[in-house]
Design a protein around this ligand. Structure first.
Ligand code: ADP
Length: 259
């Protein structure tokens, strides 16, 4: 819709602005960090000075982590995409989540064995799904269900979904039975620094990073949420043509179906 387009354009403009600042800021942090390292080497014999310099270095590292998140939102992240096995990725994620989310949240993962590999940076993809899962956990303080699904999604022509170029995608859906969002909140969640979690709790950069990552990867993200009922975030990422350089298994095309 026109409103969605205006929203996307506003996020683009915000991305360009923050990306420029983050990039220059990161260069300054590199200079500071290099100088601190030189001083640390000089102060090797002086524990008090060394401690002061290490504390400064940790602050620089926190600043660098923040600029990395903003660069991810701005689609200026250094990504190394490759074919990632979807089934394996979700199995690993499910193990990690059932260990970390606690007993009150049940985790289910659904992924047919023939879902194609996804073409994306593996570390960033895992971080994105983890981000969504942790948001889901925060939305279910009294427990609930987290359901993660993956399936193939074909876009035949741009009319199917104006936000995705024609081709094969893997759709990841992360759904929770949590508090959901009011429409005014939903309208702003992709903005960097937008958070409802209160000071010291949320950075407001999680969904911004995820959004930037999927857009930079040639995909798309959509969110459905109902206050009091729950939230479903869908990520669409390009399917890989093969599972890897070694075994170029052709991707099975399912004709003109769309999901
Ligand atoms: P943060 O988690 O640091 O607040 P995010 O960008 O990940 O930053 O999320 C922004 C806001 O979106 C959250 O503060 C919350 O209000 C809302 N939100 C995100 N995910 C969910 C969810 N699964 N259920 C309900 N609200 C959510």
């Amino acid at each position: 819709s026109e409103e969605q387009l205006a929203h996307a354009q506003r996020l683009d403009a915000l991305g360009q602005l923050t990306g420029g600042i983050a990039h220059d800021f990161n260069n300054l942090l590199t200079v500071i960090s290099g100088n601190l390292q030189l001083l640390e080497a000089d102060a090797a014999e002086d524990p008090a000075t060394r401690e002061t310099l290490e504390s400064a270095s940790r602050a620089v590292e926190r600043g660098a982590a923040l600029t990395r998140k903003l660069l991810a939102f701005s689609r200026r992240q250094h990504l190394l995409p490759r074919a990632v096995r979807t089934v394996q990725l979700l199995a690993d994620l499910s193990d990690m989540l059932s260990r970390t989310l606690g007993e009150r949240i049940s985790v289910t993962v659904e992924c047919a064995s023939d879902v194609p590999a996804v073409y994306a940076d593996p570390g960033e993809l895992e971080a994105a799904l983890l981000n969504l899962a942790l948001n889901a956990r925060d939305a279910m303080p009294r427990g609930g269900r987290l359901a993660i699904k993956a399936r193939e999604h074909q876009v035949v022509n741009t009319d199917d979904d104006a936000r995705l170029a024609p081709g094969a995608y893997v759709m990841f859906a992360v759904a929770d039975t949590g508090v959901g969002m009011r429409p005014e909140v939903l309208a702003r969640v992709l903005e960097p620094f937008f958070t409802t979690k209160g000071p010291g709790k949320g950075s407001g950069l999680g969904l911004s990073m995820v959004y930037g990552f999927v857009k930079q990867s040639g995909g798309h993200l959509s969110i459905d949420s109902q206050e009091g009922h729950g939230t479903r975030v869908k990520l669409y990422l390009p399917a890989a043509a093969s599972f890897g350089e070694e075994s170029p298994a052709p991707l099975s095309r399912k004709g003109h179906e769309t999901v």
